[in-house]
Design a protein around this ligand. Structure first.
Ligand SMILES: Cc1cc2nc3c(=O)[nH]c(=O)nc-3n(C[C@H](O)[C@H](O)[C@H](O)COP(=O)(O)OP(=O)(O)OC[C@H]3O[C@@H](n4cnc5c(N)ncnc54)[C@H](O)[C@@H]3O)c2cc1C
Length: 547
C-alpha cells in the first residue's frame, strides 16, 4: 500500500489550498484524491462558460434536493463542481468574504481563534487585490487574484443610481470595513479567465513534485485502526473501477464539500447510529451531528422586462455572439468575460437590524424559470434577493451504503418564520429597485412576481414558487466544542473523538455567513494549514471595537 504524510479527499476550494500550503515543506508527501477529471475543459476557464458547466455532468455532481416544506412541491437542482478546483471551477466567480459579525459569532459559539481579527490575516494572505481597498483589509501580494467587474453596462449604472435614490450608498469595497451599500461585484477572474482554486493553488503546488493529484479517484471510505484514521479507500476510474488503498502517516483530511464530506463520514461508519444502522453500515464512531444543520441561501429572482436597450439575453445570440467571441479572443473582455451577476447590493430588511441581513444581486439578463442555467429570449433584467443569515436548517444523509448513490439533501428552506419574513422584505426591495427612477427609461413592466402580487402572503407564495439555491450549502460538519451535541469538529477542525482525521471545507461553518462561500472556504483551509503544521497564527489585526 502506498504511504503519504497526508491524504486529502477532494481537490476543491479547500483541498487545493491545503495541498499548496502543506506542500510548502518539500519533505512532506501529499496525495490528493479527486472523484472528477482534470480541469481541462475550456468552459471552466471562460467566465461565461458558467452557463454551460452548470449542467455538465462530466464535471458536476448535479444533485437534486428533496422537495422542501416551502419549495412549492419543487425539487431544487444543486450543482457542485466535480473536477480540479471543485465548485470554484464552476462557480459564479464572486469574491465576497462576509461581515465581521459572521466570524465573531463563530468565536462566540466557542471556537477559539475564529473571530474576525483572527481570520482577517488569512483573507489578506491569500489574495492579490487589483482595485479599490484599504490595506487594513486587502492585500496585493497573494496567489488569488481578485478584480472588479469591468463591463460598464448602462442598466447596471442605472440600477446603482436607483439604489442610491432609495438611500443605499455606493460602497467602494464591500470586503472592507463595512459591507452595506451597492457596487460592481468583485471577482476571482484575471485577464478574462477564471481564477479557480486549482489555478491559484493546486497547479502551482503540483510543480513542486511532492503533491500527487489523482483524478477519477472516487473515495468510498476512510480506513480506521481503532479510533485512528490511517488511510483512504477509493475506486480508480469511479464506479466499477479498481479498488485502491493509500495510507496517511500523519492525517487524513476530508475536503469533499458540504454535501459529500458528511456522506463520506457516514459511509465510513461515523455519524448518527440510528441512520447508520438503518443503512446497514457498521457504527465505527457515534457522532450525531454529522450531516445535520445544513444551511443555504434561498433566493427568489425578480424579473422586469426591458425596453429601449439590449440586454445579455439578446447579445448572446447570432451575429452579436460572434462579435463578442472575437472581442474576448482579442481583448479578453466583453460578454464572454462576464459573471452571472454583476452588481452587488447589501442592505437591511428593517431599520433596527444591527447589520445588513439582505443581499441582492443585479444582472441585465433573465433566466428561464428563474434558474441560472438558461437565458430567456426576450429582453430582461433580474434582481435576486436573499436573507444573509438564515435560521432554517436541514440535513445531508447517505441514501444507502452505495458510495455512488447521491445523498439525501434536505435544506428545509424557509421553515423558520424569520426567514420567510426577510425573504418577503427582499422581494419588496427588489421591486422598488427595479422600478426606481433611474431605471425608468428601460423598465417595461414587472414580469415576476408581477403586479398582481401585493400582500406579504402573495410575495411569500411567489417566493416558494420560484425561489432557488444560490449554491451556498454549508454547516453539515459543524465546528464547535465537544459539549455541543451538534458539533462534528473542534476549533482545530479535528473530528471529535477520533484521531488523525480533520474535516476542512465549507461544511465546518457553524453558522451561515452573510456571503457567497468561496472566499471564506479558502480562508478556512489556509488557517487550517497553519493549525495542522502547528504554525503560529499571523498576528490578529488590531481593529477598533475589539479588545
Ligand atoms: C454553480 C455554483 C455557483 C457558485 N457561485 C459562487 C460565487 O460566485 N462565489 C462564491 O463565493 N461561491 C460560489 N459558489 C460556492 C463555492 O464555490 C463553494 O462554496 C466552495 O467552492 C466550496 O468549497 P469546498 O472546498 O467546500 O467544496 P468543493 O469546492 O465543492 O470541493 C469538493 C471536492 O471534493 C470532491 N469530492 C467529493 N466527494 C468525493 C469523493 N467521494 N471522492 C473524491 N473526491 C470527492 C469534489 O469532486 C470536489 O472537487 C458557487 C457554487 C456553485 C456550485
Amino acid at each position: 500500500m502506498e504511504t503519504f504524510d497526508y491524504v486529502i479527499i477532494g481537490a476543491g476550494s479547500a483541498g487545493s489550498v491545503l495541498a499548496s500550503r502543506l506542500g510548502e515543506d518539500l519533505g512532506i508527501r501529499i496525495c490528493v484524491l479527486e472523484a472528477g477529471p482534470s480541469d481541462w475543459h475550456p468552459y471552466i476557464h471562460l467566465p461565461a462558460g458558467f452557463i454551460k458547466t452548470f449542467h455538465m455532468r462530466s464535471i458536476n455532481w448535479a444533485y437534486q434536493q428533496e422537495v422542501g416544506p416551502w419549495t412549492g412541491g419543487r425539487s431544487i437542482y444543486a450543482p457542485r463542481g466535480k473536477t480540479l478546483g471543485g465548485s470554484s471551477s464552476i462557480n459564479g466567480h464572486i469574491y465576497n468574504r462576509g461581515q465581521r459579525q459572521d466570524f465573531d459569532t463563530w468565536a462566540q459559539m466557542g471556537n477559539r481563534g475564529w473571530g474576525y481579527p483572527d481570520v482577517l490575516p488569512y483573507f489578506r494572505r491569500m489574495e492579490r487585490r487589483i482595485g479599490e481597498g484599504e490595506d487594513t483589509y486587502r492585500s496585493r501580494q497573494g496567489p488569488l487574484t481578485v478584480t472588479t467587474m469591468d463591463w460598464k453596462d448602462p442598466l447596471c449604472e442605472a440600477f446603482m443610481e436607483g439604489a442610491v435614490s432609495l438611500g443605499i450608498p455606493k460602497n467602494p469595497d464591500y470586503n472592507g470595513a463595512i459591507q452595506e451599500g451597492v457596487s460592481y461585484c468583485q471577482r476571482t477572474i484575471e485577464g478574462g479567465l477564471r481564477m479557480s482554486a486549482a489555478k491559484a493553488f493546486l497547479h502551482p503546488a503540483r510543480k513542486r513534485g511532492n503533491v500527487d493529484v489523482r483524478t477519477h479517484a472516487h473515495v468510498t471510505n476512510i480506513i480506521f485502526e481503532g479510533k485512528r484514521a490511517v488511510g483512504v479507500r477509493y475506486l480508480k476510474g469511479g464506479r466499477g473501477g479498481t479498488p485502491v488503498e493509500v495510507r496517511a502517516t500523519k492525517e487524513v483530511i476530508l475536503s469533499g464539500g458540504a454535501y459529500n464530506s458528511p456522506q463520506v463520514l457516514q459511509l465510513s461508519g461515523v455519524g448518527s447510529p440510528d441512520l447508520l444502522q438503518s443503512l446497514g453500515i457498521e457504527v465505527r464512531h457515534a457522532l450525531p451531528g454529522v450531516g445535520e444543520g445544513l444551511q443555504d441561501h434561498y433566493a427568489p429572482r425578480s424579473v422586469a422586462r426591458v425596453k429601449n436597450i439590449r440586454t445579455i439575453n439578446e447579445l448572446r445570440r447570432g451575429l452579436s455572439l460572434w462579435v463578442e467571441a472575437l472581442k474576448w479572443a482579442t481583448t479578453r473582455r466583453g460578454l464572454l468575460s462576464l459573471s452571472p451577476t454583476m452588481v452587488y447590493c447589501f442592505w437591511h430588511s428593517g431599520e433596527t437590524a444591527e447589520s445588513s441581513d439582505l443581499q441582492l444581486t443585479f444582472t441585465p439578463a433573465s433566466y428561464k424559470e428563474g434558474v441560472q442555467g438558461q437565458l430567456e429570449d426576450e429582453p430582461g433584467m433580474t434582481v435576486a434577493s436573499w436573507q444573509q443569515r438564515p435560521e432554517s436548517r436541514g440535513y445531508v444523509r447517505a441514501r444507502s451504503s452505495d458510495p455512488f448513490e447521491p445523498p439525501i439533501i434536505q435544506t428545509n428552506y424557509l421553515v423558520e418564520e424569520v426567514d420567510r419574513r426577510v425573504v418577503v422584505a427582499g422581494m419588496k426591495l427588489a421591486r422598488r429597485l427595479l422600478a426606481s427612477e433611474p431605471l425608468k427609461p428601460y423598465y417595461a413592466y414587472e414580469d415576476f412576481p408581477g403586479p398582481k402580487v401585493q400582500s406579504d402572503d402573495e410575495f411569500l407564495a411567489a417566493a416558494t414558487e420560484r425561489g432557488t439555491t444560490t449554491f451556498h450549502p454549508g454547516c453539515t460538519c459543524r465546528m464547535g466544542p465537544a459539549s455541543s451535541p451538534w458539533a462534528v469538529v473542534d476549533d482545530q477542525l479535528r473530528v471529535h473523538g477520533l484521531q488523525g482525521l480533520r474535516v476542512i471545507d465549507a461544511s465546518i461553518m457553524p453558522r451561515m455567513i452573510s456571503a457567497n462561500l468561496n472566499a471564506s472556504t479558502l480562508m478556512i483551509a489556509d488557517k487550517a494549514s497553519d493549525l495542522i503544521r502547528g504554525k503560529t497564527a499571523p498576528e490578529a489585526v488590531k481593529l477598533a471595537g475589539y479588545a
